[in-house]
Design a protein around this ligand. Structure first.
Ligand SMILES: *Cc1c(COP(=O)(O)O)cnc(C)c1O
Length: 421
């Protein structure tokens, strides 16, 4: 039996209708921007393997650091114990975040980083004797698939089966020139019951690579600060260079109260989640009353192997060559966007940093489940490119090591698809 046949006997894949989905492609090796399947076919990973990979696959430096860590310490319980990697990673990350971020809480993926952030906010108010339970989030938001993270995400086909069980959230539009005053007054109206406002800064990834301007986010954040509404900045997707700066919040001047990280944190090598917060939030949990403790943890909290890969990824991330690559991709994207934006089959082109999204013109069905989506997905796979459209929206967000030739190839195949599909 082939690996694919064996897979189909025993595996249930994420986000996959197992009845109709094409069989999974067995990948045996990765190198740089590319993945190779069992038959030796090469794929350019233009979506960074679900947005996690930033330095390329099987990076020798990260591999070396992880291998060394495995010889030293693979895991240790993180309550009552600590280890070098967790401390060093927190120190180094906090040093490059907005300077109000003072404490780091580990978990093991993006959704859990969000759960921790929400719990911090809800219990912060409770610990201060002011029970506030309302949460404000953006329409079309995506913050993860666990129940709390799902509750603060927009209601959609993905949440439909669970909608009646999700706690109530106040959804507002992302800000723009026309609605900003209105959004501010909505927040003012809700402030006395509101525990926090959670947002994806600048880009709503899963929502369809929807983008909004830093200027209006900054204005909204300033208003939250003024109204004493805690802010959770979900940088799970936008962190580590995606938006052209180290973090999306580097595009604004107001500092969030809490930040969440995962995807790019380990360079895409290991599962790790991290929630950072201000001293002020942390202090609200200090008490002789045990009930004021943040009772949250995971078996693999701050796993040393994951911390070692995050530290190795951080070394690479801080090299000037990495930011130069980010800027190079940004410039190439801009050129390509200008070239195709008036194509009759393109409805809209959006770009923030290394993220380029193209909305395909469709006659009828524009949903995530459109047949165009599957056609595009298969078309690019056949051409050796992994692009995973969100409905009729194609996006490129490559590892930063992608070469100009590889980028040119991806662009050329998109142009070819515009002619042929
Ligand atoms: C992917 C994502 C999450 C969830 O992260 P997982 O590791 O997939 O659980 C949360 N927030 C944003 C903005 C994301 O893109």
């Amino acid at each position: 039996m082939s690996l694919t046949e064996r897979d189909l006997k025993v595996i249930w894949h994420p986000y996959t209708q197992m009845k109709t989905a094409a069989p999974p492609i067995p990948i045996v090796r990765g190198e740089g921007t590319c993945l190779y399947d069992e038959d030796g076919k090469k794929y350019i990973d233009a979506v960074s393997s679900w947005w996690v990979n930033i330095h390329g696959h099987a990076h020798p430096y990260i591999a070396h650091k992880v291998a060394a860590q495995l010889q030293q310490l693979e895991h240790v319980i993180f309550a009552g114990f600590t280890h070098q990697g967790a401390v060093e990673l927190a120190e180094r990350l906090l040093a490059i975040l907005p300077n109000n971020q003072q404490k780091a809480f580990y978990s093991d993926n993006g959704s859990t980083a969000i759960e921790v952030a929400i719990k911090m906010c809800l219990q912060y108010w409770l610990n201060k004797g002011d029970q506030r339970t309302k949460i404000i989030a953006f329409n079309n938001a995506y913050h993860g698939d666990t129940f709390g993270a799902m509750a603060v995400s927009g209601r959609s086909a993905f949440t439909k089966a669970f909608d009646s069980l999700l706690f109530e959230v106040e959804f507002i539009d992302t800000p723009n020139e026309n609605n900003i005053q209105n959004l501010k007054s909505q927040i003012s109206d809700l402030k006395s019951q509101t525990a926090c406002f959670i947002f994806e800064p600048l880009v709503q990834g899963s929502g369809g690579m929807l983008m909004y301007e830093a200027k209006y986010l900054n204005e909204l954040m300033a208003h939250c600060r003024q109204e004493n509404v805690l802010m959770i900045d979900d940088e799970v997707f936008t962190g580590f260079g995606r938006t052209g700066k180290r973090f999306a919040c580097d595009h604004v001047t107001v500092q969030p109260d809490i930040m969440c990280f995962s995807k790019g944190l380990t360079g895409g090598t290991m599962a790790l989640g991290l929630t950072t917060c201000t001293q002020h939030i942390y202090d609200a949990f200090l008490s002789d009353d045990k009930l004021k403790t943040l009772f949250h943890g995971h078996s693999f909290t701050a796993n040393p192997i994951a911390c070692a890969s995050a530290l190795a990824s951080m070394d690479l991330f801080m090299e000037p060559a990495t930011m130069a690559n980010i800027q190079r991709i940004e410039a190439k994207h801009e050129q390509f966007a200008a070239k195709i934006q008036h194509h009759p089959k393109i409805k809209a082109v959006r770009q923030t940093g290394t993220i380029l999204a193209m909305e395909w013109q469709t006659g009828d069905d524009t949903s995530y489940f459109s047949s165009l989506r599957d056609k595009l997905y298969q078309y690019f796979l056949a051409e050796g490119i992994i692009l995973r459209p969100l409905g009729n929206i194609i996006y490129i967000l490559p590892p930063y090591c992608i070469t100009n030739d590889e980028l040119a190839y991806v662009y050329s195949k998109i142009e070819q698809a515009l002619t042929e599909i």
